[in-house]
Design a protein around this ligand. Structure first.
Ligand SMILES: Cc1cc2nc3c(=O)[nH]c(=O)nc-3n(C[C@H](O)[C@H](O)[C@H](O)COP(=O)(O)OP(=O)(O)OC[C@H]3O[C@@H](n4cnc5c(N)ncnc54)[C@H](O)[C@@H]3O)c2cc1C
Length: 246
């Protein structure tokens, strides 16, 4: 993963995304990892043709950015919040935590990865006053050996939260949603679907059965909404609308 820092004055709320255009290659949605009206940060994993091309950029190369788009994470002052992140999902959650602690919220920030070197945003979260970092790795190289949702489950047996927020692989988010539902705690989930236009026109990111375009309905949606999304945690569609199981 790499974090790209742009001189950019977009006013962005945590959880929103921008569309990034590489001329002659493609255009893809990316969650904003941080923005303060002067800089805009994107944390991008190298997983395919577009993201690889991003990783090959040099300082001074030009990209197109449009947005911000979509619904953000929301919180009230002084709330107790658990955030569960996996992969690049920790980046928008960090941006959310950065603002939430300034509003007096206390945060348990739970991140998980397969191994220690794949964990991102640890140092930044550790520096946030009001946030406590919890780490899990599948191989036990650091923190709890196992999944980050196991940490969430344990913490929820010990304390009460006003809100749970999650961003990352959908199977992980489905587990978080199940726990939040069982304990009757409100949750916000950042859905990732194959987005093209970013403003609800093309229909590529519409989900079964609600039919909503997730680029405008989400990406951040409440738990009550994902309970109506038949495909949540089960399958998603590619650029041609073909189903793929998680
Ligand atoms: C709201 C949102 C926020 C995102 N934020 C980030 C982020 O912060 N960092 C990051 O690294 N990636 C993010 N992504 C994923 C990113 O848009 C690309 O999917 C990813 O970079 C892979 O593109 P690729 O061409 O390199 O690989 P590909 O080989 O084209 O795709 C790899 C995988 O990504 C999926 N994918 C490809 N294009 C899209 C698309 N337009 N929308 C959704 N899924 C797609 C494919 O189905 C495939 O499973 C986000 C996606 C969404 C919808």
């Amino acid at each position: 993963m790499k974090t790209f820092i742009f001189d950019c004055d977009f006013q962005v709320q945590p959880g929103q995304f921008v569309n990034v255009w590489l001329p002659r290659i493609d255009e893809k949605p990316m969650s904003v990892a941080f923005a303060d009206g002067k800089e805009l940060h994107l944390t991008i994993a190298d997983v395919g043709p577009f993201s690889r091309a991003m990783h090959e950029l040099k300082v001074g190369d030009q990209v197109g950015l449009r947005g911000p788009y979509g619904k953000a994470f929301t919180f009230e002052p002084n709330q107790s919040i658990a955030m569960v992140g996996g992969g690049f999902g920790s980046a928008p959650l960090y941006f959310t935590a950065f603002h939430a602690v300034q509003a007096g919220c206390t945060i348990d920030f739970i991140i998980g990865a397969r191994r220690e070197d794949l964990l991102i945003y640890r140092e930044r979260v550790e520096k946030l006053k009001g946030a406590t970092l919890h780490v899990s790795t599948d191989d036990g190289s650091v923190g709890h050996k196992g999944y980050n949702v196991e940490i969430l489950q344990k913490l929820m047996n010990e304390k009460n939260y006003d809100m749970i927020m999650t961003c990352g692989p959908e199977v992980m988010m489905a587990a978080v949603a199940r726990i939040a539902d069982e304990k009757k705690v409100p949750a916000q989930i950042s859905l990732e679907r194959y987005m093209k236009c970013g403003f609800g026109l093309c229909g590529n990111c519409c989900v079964d059965k609600t039919g909503d375009a997730i680029c405008t309905k989400g990406p951040v949606v409440p738990l009550e909404y994902v309970k109506q999304v038949e495909e949540f945690g089960k399958y998603h569609r590619d650029d041609l609308g073909k189903k793929h199981k998680f």
